[in-house]
Design a protein around this ligand. Structure first.
Ligand SMILES: Cc1cc2nc3c(=O)[nH]c(=O)nc-3n(C[C@H](O)[C@H](O)[C@H](O)COP(=O)(O)O)c2cc1C
Length: 158
């Protein structure tokens, strides 16, 4: 059941802002259509980011974890957000300097729209890679495009 991408890191059990255990969800992955046990489920209200994602070509819904909430380990994940396939980044965006607050950002594939204020459930299914500091924006954009391609391969739309 656990593919190679699962070995990279497992979050502390039940790391979910909404207090829901990841094991309550059984989703279907594209690979073989088998049920996949999520690594983590995070719920939160979508807050405004600095809107850079739109400029990069990959707009994101940003979830700020509530006080005391635990985020899964920093990194990039394939999963779903609001039931749609999503490329999810958790971390502090080191490409843009240091000292930024930890954030969960979800890029929903094939979705355009305003999600501010919406409560979103983000399900992390596969860990893709650690968060990286890129030398420039072009490199970051190329990597996010590759991440999105990976999500298309790994996660089937509802
Ligand atoms: C799939 C994905 C992967 C990302 N990977 C990284 C990364 O490795 N390093 C990084 O500094 N930022 C990464 N980011 C975060 C982007 O820098 C961030 O989405 C962008 O700056 C927009 O921020 P904003 O929503 O606050 O405007 C990633 C974002 C996404 C959606």
């Amino acid at each position: 059941m656990s593919g190679p991408s699962r070995a990279a890191g497992r979050p502390a059990g039940g790391a979910a802002t909404g207090g829901r255990a990841a094991g309550e969800h059984a989703l279907r992955g594209a690979v073989g259509g088998e049920a996949i046990e999520p690594l983590a489920v995070v719920r939160g209200v979508v807050v405004p980011g600095d809107r850079r994602g739109r400029l990069l070509g990959f707009p994101t819904a940003n979830l700020r974890p509530g006080p005391g909430a635990q985020l899964p380990p920093f990194g990039v994940y394939a999963g779903t957000a609001g039931g749609r396939p999503a490329a999810v980044s958790i971390g502090v965006r080191p490409t843009y300097g240091s000292g930024l607050e930890p954030l969960l950002e979800a890029h929903l594939l094939d979705f355009e729209g305003d999600l501010y204020g919406v409560e979103l459930e983000v399900v992390l299914l596969h860990r893709l890679r650690p968060e990286l500091a890129f030398a420039g924006e072009a490199e970051l954009i190329a990597q996010i495009a590759a991440d999105v391609a990976e999500v298309r391969r790994l996660v089937s739309p509802g």
